[in-house]
Write a protein that binds this ligand. Structure first.
Ligand SMILES: CC(C)(COP(=O)(O)OP(=O)(O)OC[C@H]1O[C@@H](n2cnc3c(N)ncnc32)[C@H](O)[C@@H]1OP(=O)(O)O)[C@@H](O)C(=O)NCCC(=O)NCCS
Length: 184
């Protein structure tokens, strides 16, 4: 079933709008934030194109990478969500946060919300995630989310670890029963 927002204990998630571009560019131009992504966005135009891709995905599937906002203040924490994989007809979880929000459990909190939505609402059978195999913080997040190592792969010229979690086969109820509120 489609939904238009996700809410966790500390965060609100919603689809991106064009007006988010400057706030997103503020972290996507940071080389440290983009260290494992093959380079930061040079211009605001690069970031606008990324947001347009997210919005195209939203129109096509009803979900995408979304803006993650701090509850109460509305500050943009980063982005998190599900995007189609390039090589197989599956979806993968992604997360990228502005540096000042790292190490507070936010990527894991968003990831949990997306996995619940993926399995309880969207009826996906698996969710994948990948990162540069040297990216220990991201690997730690995938493991904390209950994902298991699936394979190594060369993606965008980078040696990556691909992780996977299965949610189907009667396990839907386990994902339905807690934590995240969704608004249709
Ligand atoms: C990767 C990223 C999303 C993690 O977000 P976060 O909100 O800090 O993640 P969490 O706090 O939920 O969990 C991070 C875990 O990694 C651990 N960690 C952080 N840096 C680490 C490092 N250099 N080596 C090993 N573990 C590390 C933390 O201790 C924590 O584990 P713990 O809860 O067991 O202590 C964030 O650092 C980020 O946005 N990085 C830039 C963008 C990016 O690389 N995105 C992923 C692309 S695949």
């Amino acid at each position: 079933m489609p939904f238009s927002t996700l809410e966790t204990a500390r965060l609100d998630l919603r689809p991106f709008v064009p007006g988010d571009a400057e706030a997103v560019h503020a972290y996507r131009r940071d080389p440290e934030v983009m260290r494992f992504a093959g380079g930061s966005d040079r211009s605001l135009e690069d970031t606008r194109r990324t947001i347009e891709e997210y919005r195209r995905c939203q129109r096509r599937y009803g979900f995408s990478k979304w803006a993650v906002l701090m509850k109460g203040t509305g500050e943009l924490v980063g982005d998190s969500g599900l995007l189609p994989m390039n090589d197989v007809p599956e979806f993968e979880l992604g997360y990228r946060l502005a540096k000042r929000f790292w190490s507070r459990g936010f990527a894991t909190e968003c990831g949990q919300a997306w996995l619940r939505a993926a399995f309880a609402r969207l009826n996906l059978r698996h969710v994948f995630a990948h990162c540069d195999e040297r990216h220990e913080a991201s690997i730690r997040v995938m493991r904390k989310l209950g994902m298991a190592f699936d394979r190594r792969a060369r993606i965008g010229g980078i040696d990556c670890s691909v992780y996977r979690i299965d949610g189907g086969n009667g396990r839907r109820a386990a994902w339905t029963s807690s934590g995240t509120r969704v608004r249709s």
